[in-house]
Design a protein around this ligand. Structure first.
Ligand code: 13P
Length: 288
């Protein structure tokens, strides 16, 4: 199946009280692992690409080519959206041009009026081209590609203002943080989430910083309107751990010599297992 935008999968997730996982991709191995797992579990999936990962993978056009090629060569039948993660205004336009099926415009660091105006323009472009668009209100904590947010809670009225522009999905800060949560993290603000959901109605809400949020908090967030959950760091951690174990066991020196395909295989398997674990918790298995 060719790439789809994320609208239908998220509308179904919101109505069915589960969440679709956005798993960030950083190379060919991660992409293949995520697609194969989604297909095996019959789960819809969103491939997230940060601007930094976009540069690393030789630009957005290369990524579109790689993903489209894999959808065909791997006979992927489940819905897959290719989504820009935390896009700048310029990055969003480049991804639209390159053939992404979905974009995020993160205008949360602008004054709300500027976030509103820029989001509005991009909503118009996405509507015309049949793409989905995610907007953000209230910055997410931690660091993502050098952008540091303080993990503030979004203002529900500002969320409504941006939701009413016709975005497909809305990321709203509720105390979530990118990366590993510090020991003194107070947890998600369900009061804020509840208030945002009350103001935005059927709008699918997005939870960033999916790494390390306890399962019971994930389930509660889904019950309060979260329909998309982003995971990146947890995949990085298991990939690094599996690769390190392979090298420490001296396996990279066995046989005919160094083979990058063998070196990256344990990490790729670890990503498959992590994606499966997350899809089960999010409830998206069998929902394709
Ligand atoms: P983590 O790296 O904390 O899993 O967050 C991923 C994310 O939110 C990408 O936008």
């Amino acid at each position: 199946m060719p790439l789809v935008n994320a609208k239908e999968m998220l509308t179904k997730a919101k109505a069915g009280h589960y969440a679709v996982g956005q798993f960030n991709i950083n190379n060919l191995e991660w992409t293949k692992a995520i697609l194969l797992t989604a297909e095996e579990l019959k789960s819809p999936v969103i491939l997230g690409v940060s601007e930094g990962a976009g540069k690393y993978m030789c630009g957005y056009k290369t990524i579109v080519g790689m993903v489209n090629g894999m959808l065909e060569e791997l006979n992927i039948t489940v819905p897959v959206a290719l989504h820009l993660d935390h896009g700048s205004y310029e990055g969003a336009k480049k991804c639209i041009e390159a053939g992404f099926s979905s974009i995020m415009f993160d205008g949360s660091h602008y004054p709300i009026e500027e976030n509103f105006e820029k989001t509005k323009e991009l909503v118009g472009i996405c509507e015309e081209l049949g793409l989905s668009i995610e907007a953000e209100v209230g910055s997410i904590g931690g660091e993502e590609d050098g952008v540091v947010g303080m993990g503030e809670c979004a203002d529900p009225d500002e969320c409504k203002m941006i939701a009413d522009l016709g975005v497909t999905m809305l990321a709203a800060g509720i105390g979530n943080i990118h990366g590993v949560y510090p020991a003194n993290w107070p947890g998600l603000s369900f009061e804020t989430l509840d208030a945002i959901q009350a103001k935005t109605g059927s709008m699918p809400l997005v939870l960033h910083g999916g790494t390390g949020i306890p399962d019971d908090m994930i389930r509660k967030a889904i019950s309060l309107g979260v329909s998309k959950i982003n995971v990146n760091t947890e995949c990085q951690l298991v990939f690094a751990e599996a690769t390190r174990a392979y090298i420490e066991a001296g396996k990279d020196k066995q046989g005919k010599g160094f083979d990058p395909r063998k070196l990256l295989a344990p990490g790729t398997e670890a990503i498959k297992a992590k994606v499966k674990e997350k899809m089960e918790i999010f409830g998206s298995v069998g929902k394709a």
